[in-house]
Design a protein around this ligand. Structure first.
Ligand SMILES: Nc1ncnc2c1ncn2[C@@H]1O[C@H](COP(=O)(O)OP(=O)(O)OP(=O)(O)O)[C@@H](O)[C@H]1O
Ligand SMILES: [Mg+2]
Length: 1021
């Protein structure tokens, strides 16, 4: 905005409100020109958009441009039709109210283009869902269809809308376009049968001929060349280079497929279009009586085929007229002129009603079947004020329509605004403007207005003509300041008005209307006879357009003028309930040329569009006003004092709010019930602040809501957890109690079992006993003796003693077995020897127990230690054992070192190389030892033996040597363990005695009695 302000010398100001000389029309035009020369076609007057037709593509309608304007404050970007659309859309979304955009301007000023741009803007920028895309496409594509049937080339505009159009775009609560509704106004039917020089009929005729498929044309009985059709060739410009009918046909065909048109619909529709062309080519001739005839019925046949009527009926209806005389019907022929009239009337009626059918059909495809509340933005693209050299009934209606819309503008802006300032007690200098109500009344007032007078003239019995209508006007409204006729005008004006004309001083300027054709057009008469034929048509569209009820209804249908008046008043009702936005379109020149700025033409448009008055009011006024309640409601979140609730009077709340926002005194005024904000920027700053604040509020609301949800979730979970815990604890407790009960039962049983353990088996002790058994057996595992010598054994309970004994025995046996299996042959032999030793000495001789631990050796003397001579002497015998011994002489008991060597046959006492004594085992009488700890052994030999006598030996390995000897001798009972003393045989017949005694130390000596005394230490074993 600021950038634009600095560039204003070159490009002018983008809002006329900023113009210094705002009262000067020249300055206004200047500004417009500057901008136009720079291709800046849009300028604001406050929120009203002035648009000048550039007549060239400017590249300002791209998608990126649309995105640029989307959601941006109105004055932040250069003026654009998108800004108007976006503003209306955002207001609608935020305030949930209905809007309309009134697009006005004269023919060719760019109204239809502007409305299309707005529609495209909504289509591109509004949010969209997949399912609603079809609604959007239909809204967009309804345009080419309506334009094909309702637009035509005129001298002023190659695509001039020949009907007024009001289109509601419906939005749902999310701002998605979901449907629409179109109302059409007063289609220019006369164009179907007549076009001025340089003008064309409605586009659809040319499109069908240029683009229609061969088969279709053949089916319709049409040729491609439009020159062949009278209704298309009067303007002499059927072929126009700026219009591409073939391409347009494609667009229209495609649009038909989107807007739910079936092939049957199209067949019927184009049947009608073609039949209009055929109608135009019907040639009449006059017969002798002056009656019309149709010599060539070729066209009649085609029409009859296409419309599904009887050719003869059609032919008759075109050349005859039914007159109802009381109860009878009389058919009388028509003159040539009347037949032509009937034919044209039929063409117009058929086309006009088909157009209405088309609009209804489009509406039914646009209707949104979801009946939730919708908000709408209406687009009003209606014919602008028209002044031609010759102005007829149509111009009269169009200009009347523009008067009404100007009235609306005055009511809504100029008048209402000023009245509001006054009412609100705002200081205000009234601005003069022309209120055109007086002209509206002149046209529409009941019984007194021009339309009423025209109607009266139409229904009046007797010969009514256009001239008689003019006379009536002079009579009834002749004195009106805005009405003039040739008769009423002064000498000056008289020259400029024809005899058949009247002049209206419109708000936009004078227009002279020729009354010729007023009555006829107002009546819009279609002969009953023709209506009857059309009612019987087999063409479905026509049957819907011409209802039988119409024939049966004897009342006169309302005239065109009255119909138009009524439809205008209902349009105004629609508009009044909505918030307006205005686009004023200006045509820069009459030649449709770019970069041509015709000052005169533009001044005229500025004048009749009332732009100067609008600027004056805007300049003096306020950009925005709002009831305190509403203002506060909208912006209260911006001030801590008013948020969330303000409990005082709203006006005070607003004051508090704007003080907090820092409004400067010149920026606003406070009225009685409303606040008035002078500059849009102040409002936009407030809006921006609200937008910012909204996010914060939303974040807070979301946070609160989320925390609420979270808490709810948490409480739910907590309760669930508590319940789970309770159930779990319950389950655990129940389990524990079961366990305890079970334990008690077991303990009780155990005790009972224990008490009755010694009783015979009964239920009380049965389990206990099993338990004890099991327990004992299981325990026993860990307490079994590990070796044969381990005598420990787990003490069994009483009832298991027998079993225990058995087990013990088994165990011992097992151990023994194991032990035995582990014994080597050598050890076994030794053990056997030990067993022999035990049998001999156990319990009889001291030292035996200690000897048990001393293992026996195979021999105590190595063969190497035996003298070789001795070895040689006993070489025939195998030495079984050898041990060093002390031999005591039989006489003196002298101790001598000897070796005792045992063979299989004999025992040898050896001294070095001598065998001192050989004792054959057969001569061995016995072996004696004492019961004491000494190592004395006496080997007794039989006296008859030539032996020297018994051998008294002392051996360190006494038990071993005796055992070996006994085993070799194989006589176990030869050993004699004596106590006290023993007798031995010294030599044949001579005996000696050995006394065994105990003492403190070991001694062997010869006592006084010549006995060998052996003293042993007695030790307890
Ligand atoms: N914004 C624009 N940019 C480029 N060309 C434009 C623009 N507006 C209008 N025109 C040109 O001007 C022609 C006439 O515009 P449009 O049909 O909108 O006029 P109108 O006001 O609807 O006239 P009528 O009352 O006859 O229907 C368009 O066909 C187009 O060529
Ligand atoms: Mg138009």
């Amino acid at each position: 905005m600021e950038g634009a302000l600095t560039a204003r010398d070159k490009v002018g100001v983008q809002d006329f409100v900023l113009l210094d000389a705002y009262t000067s029309e020249s300055a206004f035009v200047d500004n417009l020109r500057k901008r136009f020369n720079e291709n800046l076609i849009y300028t604001y007057i406050g929120t009203l958009l002035v648009s000048v037709n550039p007549y060239q593509e400017l590249g300002i309608y791209t998608v990126s441009q649309m995105e640029l304007y989307q959601g941006v404050n109105f004055f932040e970007l250069p003026p654009h039709v998108y800004a108007i659309a976006d503003n209306a859309y955002r207001m609608m979304c935020s305030e949930l109210n209905n809007h309309f955009i009134l697009i006005s301007g004269e023919s060719g000023a760019g109204k239809t283009e502007a409305s299309k741009k707005i529609l495209q803007y909504f289509a591109v920028t509004c949010p969209m869902t997949q399912s609603l895309q079809i609604a959007r496409d239909r809204l967009l594509l309804s345009n080419p269809v309506l334009e094909a049937f309702g637009n035509a080339r005129t001298l002023r505009n190659d695509n001039s809308s020949r009907f007024g159009k009001y289109m509601d775009i419906q939005f749902d609560f999310q701002g998605i376009p979901v449907g629409g509704h179109i109302i059409s106004y007063l289609i220019e039917k006369s164009r179907v049968v007549y076009q001025n020089q340089g003008e064309r009929n409605f586009h659809i005729f040319y499109q069908l001929l240029a683009g229609g498929e061969e088969e279709r044309l053949a089916f319709l009985g049409l040729e491609r060349d439009p020159q062949l059709y009278k209704y298309l060739s009067q303007g002499h410009c059927a072929k126009e280079s700026s219009i591409n009918d073939k391409n347009d046909w494609k667009t229209v065909s495609n649009a038909f497929s989107v807007i739910d048109f079936t092939e049957a619909d199209l067949e019927n529709l184009f049947g009608i279009i073609a039949s209009v062309l055929h109608l135009g080519n019907i040639g009449f001739e006059e017969d002798d009586q002056g009656c019309a005839t149709i010599p060539d019925t070729h066209e009649i046949k085609w029409i009859a085929k296409l419309l599904g009527v009887h050719p003869a009926d059609l032919l008759e209806a075109l050349t005859h007229r039914k007159i109802e005389a009381k109860t009878e019907e009389v058919i009388c022929p028509l003159t040539l002129e009347l037949s032509v009239y009937a034919r044209d009337a039929m063409a117009k009626a058929v086309y006009g009603r088909t157009f209405t059918w088309l609009v209804n059909k489009i509406n039914s495809s646009l209707v949104n079947k979801d009946f939730t509340r919708k908000t709408v933005i209406g687009l009003l693209d209606i014919y602008g004020f028209e002044v031609f050299d010759k102005n007829g009934f149509e111009q009269f209606c169009i200009n009347y329509c523009n008067e009404k819309l100007q009235q609306l503008l005055i009511e809504r802006t100029l008048k209402a605004e000023q009245a509001e300032y006054e009412m609100e007690g705002i200081e205000w200098e009234p601005i003069k403007y022309f209120n055109n109500k007086i002209i509206c009344d002149l046209v529409e007032e009941r019984h007194k207005g021009i339309i009423s007078i025209l109607d009266e003239e139409c229904i009046r019995p007797g010969p009514a003509t256009d001239l008689s209508f003019l006379e009536k006007l002079e009579e009834k409204v002749g004195k009106h300041a805005h009405f003039e006729t040739r008769k009423l005008a002064g000498p000056k004006g008289r020259k400029r008005i024809g005899w058949m004309e009247f002049r209206l001083l419109h708000y936009a300027g004078e227009v002279t209307y020729c009354t010729k054709g007023f009555l006829e057009k107002n009546n819009d008469l279609l002969y009953r006879h023709l209506k009857e034929v059309l009612c019987k048509s087999k063409n479905v569209i026509l049957r819907e357009c011409f209802l039988r009820a119409e024939l049966e209804n004897r009342r006169r249908p309302p005239t065109v003028g009255t119909q138009f008046k009524n439809s205008l008043s209902s349009l105004l009702e629609i508009l009044i309930s909505k918030e307006p936005s205005y686009i004023r379109c200006i045509k820069p020149n009459d030649r449709k040329e770019p970069s041509k700025f015709d000052d005169f033409l533009i001044r005229h448009q500025i004048k009749y569009l009332g732009l100067m008055e609008h600027l004056r009011v805007r300049r003096a006024g306020f950009a925005y006003r709002r009831k305190y309640e509403h203002f506060l409601q909208r912006y209260k979140s911006l001030c801590p004092d008013t948020w969330p609730h303000w409990h005082g009077p709203p006006a005070e709340g607003v004051e508090r709010l704007i003080n907090y926002m820092g409004y400067k005194p010149e920026e606003y005024k406070l009225g009685k019930t409303k606040i008035f904000i002078r500059f849009p920027r102040t409002l936009f700053a407030t809006e921006d602040a609200l937008e910012f604040c909204k996010h914060q509020l939303v974040a807070r609301i979301q946070a609160t809501y989320k925390s609420c949800l979270g808490r709810r979730e948490y409480v739910k979970k907590r309760q669930a957890a508590i319940k789970l815990e309770a159930h779990w604890r319950g389950a655990l407790a129940r389990k524990a109690i079961q366990r305890r009960k079970w334990a008690v039962r077991i303990i009780r049983k155990f005790i009972k079992g224990f008490i009755s353990r010694n009783k015979p088996l009964c239920p009380d002790n049965e389990e206990f006993i099993v338990f004890v058994r099991k327990n004992y057996i299981l325990n026993l595992r860990y307490h079994l003796p590990k070796t044969v010598l381990d005598k420990s054994w787990l003490r069994p309970p009483g009832i298991l003693e027998n079993a225990s004994d058995l087990l013990r025995k088994m165990c011992v046996r097992n151990l023994v077995q194991k032990y035995c299996r582990g014994i080597t042959a050598e050890r076994k032999a030794m053990m056997q020897q030990k067993v022999v030793t035990s049998e001999i000495f156990r319990g009889r001789k001291d030292g035996y127990t200690e000897s048990l631990n001393q293992p026996f050796a195979n021999s105590r003397i190595n063969e190497g230690d035996i003298n070789p001579k001795v070895l040689q002497l006993i070489s025939h015998e195998k030495i079984q054992y050898g041990v060093p011994v002390i031999k005591y002489d039989r006489k003196g008991f002298k101790a001598r070192q000897r070796q005792l060597i045992l063979t299989q046959k004999a025992a040898y006492v050896v001294e070095l190389a001598k065998i001192k004594q050989k004792i054959e085992y057969s001569a061995l009488k016995g072996v004696s030892t004492s019961n004491l700890r000494d190592g004395i052994l006496v080997i007794h030999v039989s006296p008859e033996d030539k032996q020297k006598g018994d051998a008294v030996l002392q051996c360190g390995h006494m038990f071993e040597a005796v055992t070996k000897l006994v085993m070799l001798v194989k006589k176990e009972n030869i050993v004699n363990v004596v106590q006290g003393s023993l007798q031995f045989f010294i030599s044949p017949g001579k005996e000696g005695t050995i006394v065994f005694d105990t003492g403190p130390e070991e001694q062997i000596y010869k006592n006084k009695n010549g006995q060998l005394t052996v003293v042993s230490v007695r030790r307890k074993s």
